[in-house]
Design a binder for this molecule. Structure first.
Ligand code: SF4
Length: 193
């Protein structure tokens, strides 16, 4: 990593990084942190794991709102991936396997896009969420970095997640109530019925 020394330690010199963005709150938690370090993130929206369609649109809208508020460029596809996602994970209802597929699919798309479009680094705002499997995300990120020759930037901003949620609320961003896939929606609400 290219960096210069300052009183605060190592400051990254304007590295263009492709940052996979999953939602507004995680975006606030992660993006603010890496900007302070000197990264210049370009956001990437690619989340075929978010269902149903209205929820997908709300979260995509929140990511776009977040990008506009932070004045950051964003690459945003508009692929609602319910059918492929369900088809790919249906054989294995186990949550660990499902989430592993989910992390890997999104990170693989990000790493490939980064390598093909001149980025030297990539990462994901998923790392900022205490609800996600930090170690699994890091493992996949490192493997994909090796495969695509593009650095995977790991930062742990989970301590600041609650404050970031408050900030996102103040900014008027959409706040989701469950992780994302149609299975997690059932897990979130089943206890009420
Ligand atoms: S629970 Fe969350 S991380 Fe796991 S598969 Fe569903 S959307 Fe992906």
């Amino acid at each position: 990593m290219i960096c210069k020394q300052s009183k605060e330690g190592c400051v990254v010199l304007n590295i263009k990084i492709l940052l996979h963005t999953c939602c507004g709150p995680c975006g606030v938690a992660f993006t603010g942190g890496i900007i302070k370090e000197g990264f210049a993130p370009v956001l990437l929206w690619h989340n075929p794991n978010i269902h149903p369609f209205t929820e997908y649109k709300s979260r995509r809208g929140a990511a776009l709102d977040f990008a506009a508020l932070y004045q950051l460029p964003m690459e945003a596809d508009d692929f609602y991936g319910l059918r492929k996602f369900v088809g790919d994970v249906a054989a294995d209802g186990d949550r660990r396997a499902r989430c592993a597929y989910c992390y890997h699919a999104r990170l693989a798309h990000t790493a490939k896009y980064a390598a093909q479009n001149g980025y030297t680094a990539f990462s994901t705002t998923l790392l900022a969420s205490p609800y996600q499997d930090f170690e699994a995300i890091c493992k996949f990120g490192r493997e994909l970095a090796e495969m695509y020759g593009c650095e995977f930037v790991i930062r742990d901003f989970r301590e600041g997640f609650r404050a970031a949620m408050d900030e996102a609320r103040k900014m008027g961003l959409y706040m989701q109530k469950y992780c994302g896939c149609i299975f997690s929606e059932e897990e979130r609400y089943r206890k009420f019925f």
